[in-house]
Design a protein around this ligand. Structure first.
Ligand SMILES: C=C1C[C@]23C[C@@]1(O)CC[C@H]2[C@@]12CCC[C@@](C)(C(=O)O1)[C@H]2[C@@H]3C(=O)O
Ligand SMILES: O=C(O)CCC(=O)C(=O)O
Ligand SMILES: [Fe+2]
Length: 365
């Protein structure tokens, strides 16, 4: 799948690209560096995005199987994360992005690193820059917080990020388990699927995103279409919409963008590439993007979660139909991230096992 026809393998000419670290909030006109030629690659339509109440009967495995197969995403309520914690998550995220650019750049993500402040990582695959800033937290955010707020107590930021990660881990663990139960696996397959995916084993990064108001939202892109590499991503979006899911009725049907309206207290679950691999193509990862708007400064926080980085995940269950024999070779998250950084939307295809060469690692059908 190519989630966006404007994708090229264009690399930014140099790290000192003049508009790379624009103070987007003070820009009055979208510069050419940020003007996207084709935002309307598919129509944007209204469709109600499914809601799964983890505390209610919606959390039935039959319902979940249908939702995962047909959407790869849903809103989750009844997750137990207190609304005041989510409010603090939003306000700490806003406080970070409101810092002056030179302060944020003190916590810049190193070119070969995971954590820190910077442009969307996928920027290198596109010829235009995105109307957003990101901050990735992997492990403790303390070192970064000390650089961002050298004169203040960093615990306010760190505590909220840590508490949210801990809570989101519990929710992600429940969601992954329900998804696996919904596949109707044999006890042996279920045991194999749970290796590396149990709640106590999950690992994650927290991705904070900021989308300042944009003077010409029809020409700018907040975050270009992509799938996450995770098993599942839990996304918190502030009261402003912007997240869109790429949806098809069936494999060959026309694609359209569906906006996920903010729903107070809800989190959004997005199926990632590792879930597609683990479920042998049955629960596909969902392509999504973030669009911007003229008046509101939107923020979002993604809890991008998967197995321990070096745990090798291999597919379980029957290959997805109608595709005859989708199967992937076993892969660790760490190795898959390497493929994704190199191949972007071709990473999944690169680990498909050809039908005639299925051996120990692939699933025979
Ligand atoms: C663990 C990771 C997943 C991620 C790449 C990363 O190393 C850290 C940031 C993650 C993120 C967040 C925004 C979208 C995304 C595609 C990206 O470019 O960086 C994801 C990556 C991913 O899921 O592959
Ligand atoms: O901001 C959003 O709604 C999407 C964010 C996202 O896709 C990500 O962080 O991976
Ligand atoms: Fe994403």
């Amino acid at each position: 799948m190519n989630p966006n026809p404007t994708t090229t393998t264009f690399m930014l000419s140099s790290p000192s690209e003049p508009h790379q670290h624009l103070e987007l909030e003070s820009v009055r006109e979208v510069p050419d560096s940020h003007a996207w030629p084709a935002l309307d690659d598919h129509p944007t339509v209204y469709e109600p995005v499914p809601v799964v109440d983890l505390a209610g009967p919606d959390a039935s495995v039959a319902h979940l199987a249908r939702v995962c197969e047909s959407w790869g995403a849903f809103q989750v309520t009844g997750h137990g994360i207190r609304s005041d914690l989510l409010e603090r998550l939003e306000s700490e995220t806003r406080r970070l992005f409101a810092l002056p650019m030179d302060q944020k750049l003190k916590a810049a993500r190193p070119s070969n690193g995971i954590s820190g402040y910077g442009l969307a990582r996928i920027s290198c695959f596109f010829s235009k820059l995105m109307w957003s800033e990101g901050f990735t937290i992997s492990g403790s955010p303390l070192d970064h917080a000390l650089k961002l707020w050298p004169d203040a107590n960093p615990s306010r930021f760190c505590d909220v990020m840590q508490e949210c990660s801990d809570e989101m881990k519990q929710v992600a663990g429940r969601v992954v388990r329900l998804m696996l139960l919904s596949m109707g696996l044999t006890p042996e397959e279920m045991k194999r699927a749970e290796e590396g995916t149990r709640v106590d084993q999950l690992s994650a990064v927290l991705q904070l995103n900021s989308y300042p108001p944009c003077p010409d939202p029809n020409r700018a892109m907040g975050l270009a279409a992509h799938t996450d590499s995770s098993l599942v991503t839990l996304l918190f979006q502030s009261g402003t919409s912007g997240l869109q899911l790429l949806r098809r009725q069936d494999q060959h049907g026309p694609a359209r963008w569906v906006t996920v309206p903010p729903r107070p207290g809800a989190l959004i679950v997005l199926a990632g590439d590792l879930l597609q691999i683990l479920t042998n193509g049955r629960y596909k990862s969902v392509a999504h993007r973030a669009v911007v708007n003229r008046n509101h400064h939107r923020v979002s926080v993604a809890y991008i979660c998967g197995p321990p980085p070096h745990h090798k995940l291999s597919p379980v269950g029957k290959p997805a139909s109608p595709a005859p024999c989708l199967a992937y070779r076993a892969v660790s998250w760490a190795d898959y991230l390497g493929l994704k950084a190199e191949l972007f939307d071709k990473a999944l295809a690169s680990i498909m096992v050809a039908e005639d060469s299925r051996g120990d690692e692939g699933i025979c059908c």
